[in-house]
Design a protein around this ligand. Structure first.
Ligand code: ARG
Length: 702
């Protein structure tokens, strides 16, 4: 039976390390010894010949890697899928291997140009012939897999390689007879590892350690119960022997310098066909359409990068480049991924970027009923800040109450279906929830070609904004505030206690008094320290005029809380004349509604503080409705909370001394956001001055 097994090898007559196309070759150019290589190859040849028949293909001058016949192609029965090498350095091997296969009567299939696939180096049959494991990520393209499945009529399981040292599947993965698998799990992404674990039971998985992996232990030739490899640790040897294998070590160090070992040096050309099995792949594809300044605004790069980073592959079907500076471009891109699950992940990110289903791919959204009050189906779509539409009964329905990190709930009324963003805890039985990523699109304004969202924020990551930069920002914000006030618009301020500690209280109070603020959102602390300052002249015990800590001042805020509690509320404290100035005073006097959301560290709290967090979130969301601008002043928690509730299109200005906070807010990536890294007290004082300047000039003109 063994004499039926055949391998193809190629004499190392022209073998050398002539170039670098993988990390093993680095530093090894012309460093391998031809004589040692010949000796090592002969030994391997000899060992294999004891167990199988070896055919030889003639080595060709100028193609030093031709010794690695695993990369000639992939053979099943009498059919071959010829390799399409990724690197030009090896592409010249293709015709030589093709000639050999044809001379032996194989049917040769060739992939389209630009769809690389490196043969049995990247595709390994389960030794029972049940399916084909196919690698991608470095040398072979995922898009090659469906064609391979079809030509060879097998099931293809796609595995994504993540570590460039293990650039071919056969460097880190070796199916063995009896359903065993020798492999190095860290070379694969999480999805691939799960797939492997689903197909190969735990007792059959021989996961190797890094020291074995880097001596190419997985690059083994398996013939029935023997395993031929360069080197194995004692532990690995024991484990293979316990599983019933006989390990034969044969040194191949000269070939390791080119990134290959025993398996790479051989190609099994007798793979039995199992006629009862047929072609399948889990690969899923979808076509998307993109419009906008795809090149100038970097949208195309971002889209293609996230497809590849997400484990997928793409084919640009059309690209219409806008001709003028302001003309948008359009593109259709076919996206594929190793499974529907991975595709959904990629698609949800593409949808966030504004990609829409291509018209021939326009499909009904998938919906599932709420399984239990306050929970969504597992696969629910998570909303973003962008205006969203979902396809229901063949038409696009606009989603109401847009916010991020919610689900999309659908109900059916006489006027048609209604879709709205809903927090999962608010879902009720009877509602449907959008699941998956089909039939969903987000609408992005075709941005001005000069606006680049990431750049807008990049100056902040460099640290504190320069003085002039802050002034410019202040001028812009002042202009907007005036404009919104004159239009009768709505400005929401979120503020932390730092506003008071840095001396900004008086300025914020003035903004409220002058009608620039319509809502104040914060926590217990901003109110406590504002009132402390109003009643006792200190903020957290620090004298706000002298800037020094007052004896026993750390108790002040507790006295203040107690006083307000006695009054019953902040409003009552104002009414009874206890509270006569400050931020909270101005809110009460000017009927500016406020919400103070409590937290675990609150002292007191003040009677106005909402300690029921769900109620606090609802009150925040309520007051945020219809906002034109949100001014976020040094409060990470409240600002991020607000950011999540606010749809795109609302201007956000985030001021914080910590660049991390500002960057965090900028992750929304919305163009309307401005970040200023500076002291908030200073910012407010500049802002108030600037508004004063604008207003007085205005008055003299009129
Ligand atoms: N130098 C060759 C390359 O980088 C080594 C090929 C090893 N072959 C393999 N099946 N892993 O392409």
């Amino acid at each position: 039976m063994t004499d039926q097994i055949r391998f193809l090898m190629c004499d190392p007559e022209h073998y050398d390390v002539d170039y670098v196309i993988n990390p093993w070759m680095e530093g090894n150019i012309h460093k391998s010894s031809r004589s040692i290589a010949v000796e090592q190859w002969n030994k391997l040849h000899h060992i294999i010949k004891e167990h199988a028949i070896v055919e030889l293909v003639k080595p060709e001058q100028g193609w030093p890697d031709m010794v690695f016949t695993a990369n000639a192609g992939l053979v099943l029965g009498k059919t071959v899928v010829l390799s399409r090498f990724y690197h030009p350095e090896r592409q010249g091997e293709e015709p030589h291997f093709k000639t050999w296969f044809e001379s032996q009567g194989f049917t040769v299939h060739e992939l389209p140009k630009d769809v690389p696939f490196e043969g049995a180096g990247d595709a390994l049959f389960d030794r029972e012939g049940r399916w084909l494991w196919a690698g991608y990520g470095f040398r072979s393209e995922l898009d090659a897999h469906p064609a391979i499945a079809e030509w060879l009529d097998v099931e293809v399981l796609s595995l994504r390689l993540m570590d460039e040292r293990f650039y071919h599947l056969d460097t880190c993965f070796c199916p063995l007879s009896g359903g065993y698998l020798l492999y190095y799990p860290p070379a694969f992404d999480g999805y691939s590892n799960r797939l492997i674990e689903m197909r190969v039971p735990a007792e059959k998985r021989i996961a190797i350690s890094e020291p074995d992996a880097v001596t190419f232990a997985c690059n083994a030739v398996n013939i029935n119960d023997i395993v031929i490899l360069n080197k194995a640790s004692q532990d690995l040897r024991n484990r293979l022997e316990t599983a019933g294998f006989r390990v034969i070590e044969t040194p191949l160090t000269e070939f390791l310098k080119a990134g290959g070992a025993s398996k790479c040096l051989t190609l099994r050309i007798t793979e039995p066909v199992r006629t009862e099995l047929h072609a399948t792949t889990q690969i899923d594809t979808r076509t998307i359409h993109m419009v906008g300044h795809l090149l100038d605004a970097g949208l195309m790069n971002r889209a293609l990068d996230l497809i590849v980073d997400g484990g997928g592959s793409f084919k640009v079907l059309n690209f219409n480049l806008g001709e003028q500076r302001q003309s948008p471009s359009e593109a259709d891109v076919k996206v594929s991924a190793p499974s529907a699950e991975v595709l959904d992940d990629i698609m949800s990110q593409l949808i966030d970027l504004g990609a829409i289903p291509a018209s021939e791919d326009e499909q009904e959204s998938r919906r599932e009923p709420v399984p239990q009050p306050g929970t969504a189906p597992d696969d629910f779509y998570v909303s973003t800040i962008y205006p969203t539409e979902v396809r229901i009964n063949g038409t696009w329905v606009k989603v109401q109450k847009q916010r991020m990190d919610a689900s999309i709930a659908v109900t059916y009324t006489d006027e048609g279906p209604v879709a709205q963003c809903k927090l999962i805890r608010d879902l009720v039985i009877g509602e449907d929830v959008i699941v998956g990523t089909r039939g969903i699109r987000t609408l992005h304004k075709v941005e001005n070609r000069d606006q680049k969202a990431p750049q807008e924020f990049s100056f902040m990551s460099g640290g504190v904004s320069s003085e002039r930069r802050v002034e410019l920002m202040v001028e812009q914000v002042a202009w907007e505030l005036r404009h919104i006030r004159d239009q009768g618009g709505k400005v929401v301020v979120t503020a932390g206690p730092v506003v008071i500690h840095t001396g900004g209280g008086q300025h914020l109070a003035r903004l409220i008094r002058e009608g620039y603020v319509q809502v104040l959102l914060g926590g217990n602390a901003i109110a406590v320290h504002d009132i402390e300052q109003a009643l006792m002249g200190t903020s957290l015990g620090v004298d706000m005029n002298q800037g020094v800590a007052v004896q026993g001042g750390h108790r002040h805020h507790l006295k203040v809380i107690n006083k307000i509690r006695r009054c019953g509320s902040i409003a009552q404290a104002v009414e009874s004349g206890v509270l006569t100035k400050g931020v909270m005073y101005e809110c009460v006097q000017n009927q500016v509604p406020f919400v103070l959301a409590g937290s675990i560290r609150d002292d007191g709290p003040l009677p106005d503080t909402q300690m029921n967090m769900i109620a606090a979130q609802q009150e925040y969301a309520q007051l945020l409705q219809g906002a034109d601008m949100v001014l976020m002043l040094s409060s990470m928690l409240h600002s991020i909370g607000v950011g999540n509730m606010t749809p795109a299109g609302v201007k956000m200005v985030c001021v914080d001394i910590s660049p991390a906070v500002v960057t965090k807010l900028s992750d929304r990536g919305s163009l309307e956001s401005i970040g200023v890294v500076t002291d908030v007290g200073l910012f407010l004082s500049l802002l108030v001055n600037q508004l004063h300047k604008l207003t007085t000039v205005y008055q003299t003109v009129s």
